[in-house]
Ligand binder design. Structure first.
Ligand code: NAP
Ligand code: MG
Length: 494
């Protein structure tokens, strides 16, 4: 599809060069707040492009892997600076991101900033990475070293593409791998421009970006013979597919999958304006489209009414509308099918007799009806068998359920196929940590939940169907390396 002169169009970036896709095809992106509004177009790569990208990454690998950790960390530090160096360019990328994605400007800004911060944090681990473990004999002297794997395929979803990329890309690079990144079709342009900016700082071929339909390029990337590691973030069904395809070549996978995070609010927890706002944002930031959002809230029965009243007040103050306007606090959902999933779960809950209420101010009813909007919804004490409780809603809806004992709360929280994150809300440190240790989740936040409560230095990932392996932290870097033991008879090496 040919673009007009003024059309924003993103190409592929392979081997240090901007490249049109082999088939010269592009697809359109529209504004989810105004689905009729064309925002721009992104390259539709083909299997041939994937092959070229993987070969470029493979060719760049030996020289990149041969650098010291400190040298690679220097690149990461330069990237962090480069990402925000040109303020006008950064602002236009942030605006484009909001227009193609639907998240409010403030969140687009947080995401861009967080990406750079994650490069900086990762660079700081270089010294620790450079140290091999040593086992002194008898009976043997052994060096336990680590080596990069080779070409890493990094696949990110649309919801927080750059922040999520920051949990795997700097880690893959500092570990010594070269990369092919595939953003989602549903948010491709601003992420591709951003990845290209990163790639421009690096030697040619170290970082390549491909966009297009997952049905065309997904399997060619996952099954490419030069790919030595797959790091995927997305839904459980696609995660299972990734693992099945990877199994054929025994390619190692890291999978960050869906969540249905439970929060447990104890009898003694603080409820003030700040706590209500933290709780509200934990569930409703980015219209609830966050893997680690609060998705089920279990509340001690003695505090149930008070908590519901406060959350209703917080939700009622929100302004739902055009995400480009500074007064808007919640934009639309990103796409039509996600809108259908969330509204479908709310309809099911209503049909089955649940008390579902929607809140917030809508300054432009016409826009609200035309775009993929959904007001923040609270579902009061629903049947636990409803999808809104059991499944991942990935939208602006929160079920609130009373409990009587801590044991009951733990058992309700753990009664799930998911195990991404969780939270405990209490003033008592001892019970907070005691309960957290019993939760089947890769992360437990105390008196907060979600991206704003996240310590970016720690590992992040899920139990059970929420994933395999970890991103972020030192552990997230190790996922991109192979252990290599070198040993000799006692007294020979040390
Ligand atoms: P998705 O449909 O699974 O897509 C994720 C990524 O995989 C996208 O880039 C997608 O491309 C790509 N993909 C789809 N089919 C593929 C295939 N056959 N081969 C290779 N790649 C393929 O997930 P989503 O709807 O974008 O994201 C929402 C889900 O992600 C939620 O479940 C959420 O909880 C989860 N998530 C998890 C985390 C975490 O850290 N645990 C973080 C964020 C989101 P296209 O989009 O172009 O089809
Ligand atoms: Mg749910």
């Amino acid at each position: 599809m040919a673009g007009k002169d003024s059309t924003i169009r993103t190409e592929l970036f392979i081997d240090g060069e901007v490249r049109p896709p082999a088939g010269k095809e592009y697809y359109q992106l529209h504004n989810p707040a105004r689905p009729d509004e064309f925002v721009g177009e992104a390259a539709s790569a083909t299997a041939d492009d994937i092959d070229v990208a993987c070969k470029a990454a493979h060719a760049a690998f030996p020289a990149w892997a041969a650098l010291s950790y400190a040298e690679r960390a220097d690149y990461l530090t330069k990237i962090a600076r480069h990402l925000t160096a040109d303020e006008a360019e950064l602002n236009s990328r942030i605006k484009l991101f909001t227009r193609e994605h639907g998240k409010i400007l403030k969140e687009s800004t947080i995401e861009m900033t967080r990406l750079g911060d994650r490069f900086t944090l990762c660079a700081a681990m270089a010294e620790r990475l450079a140290v091999d473990d040593e086992l002194k004999g008898p009976p043997f002297d052994t060096i336990i070293t680590r080596q990069p794997r080779g070409v890493a395929a990094l696949i990110v979803p649309w919801n927080w593409p750059l922040s999520i990329l920051g949990a795997k890309l700097p880690q893959a690079l500092v570990a010594g791998n070269t990369c092919v990144v595939k953003p989602s079709q549903n948010s491709a342009m601003a992420p591709t421009m951003t990845i290209r900016k990163i790639a421009e700082v690096l030697p040619a071929g170290v970082l390549n970006v491909v966009t297009g339909s997952a049905s065309v390029i997904g399997d060619p990337l996952l099954s490419h013979p030069l790919v030595r590691k797959i790091n995927f973030t997305g839904s459980i069904p696609v995660g299972k597919h990734v693992m099945r395809v990877a199994a054929d070549k025994l390619t190692p996978v890291t999978l960050e999958l869906g969540g249905n995070d439970a929060g447990i609010f104890l009898e003694d927890a603080v409820l003030d304006d700040a706590a209500f706002m933290r709780m509200y944002l934990a569930a409703f930031m980015t219209s609830g489209q966050i893997c680690m959002a609060l998705k089920r809230l279990y509340v001690h029965r003695s505090r149930y009414d008070e908590l519901c009243t406060g959350l209703i007040a917080a939700a009622s103050r929100q302004v739902i509308g055009d995400p480009l306007l500074p007064e808007t606090s919640m934009g639309p959902l990103n796409n039509k099918s996600q809108h259908a999933v969330v509204t479908g779960m709310l309809s099911q809950a209503r049909e089955q007799g649940a008390d579902v209420q929607e809140y917030g101010q809508v300054p432009d009813e016409g826009l609200y009806k035309a775009g993929y909007f959904q007001k923040p919804a609270l579902v009061f004490d629903p049947d636990p068998a409803l999808d809104i409780v059991k499944e991942e809603q990935f939208g602006p809806a929160l079920p609130i359920i009373p409990f009587d004992t801590e044991e009951e709360a733990i058992s309700l929280a753990n009664d799930s196929q998911y195990g991404l994150c969780s939270s405990v809300w209490t003033q008592d440190r001892e019970s907070a940590v005691r309960l957290a240790r019993q939760l089947e989740a890769g992360y437990t936040y105390l008196n907060g939940h979600g991206p704003l409560a996240q310590d970016n230095r720690g590992p992040f990932g899920g139990f059970k169907a929420s994933g395999i392996g970890r991103n972020l932290g030192f552990e997230g870097i190790l996922e991109f390396q192979e252990y290599h033991s070198i040993s000799a008879p006692d007294g020979w090496l040390f």
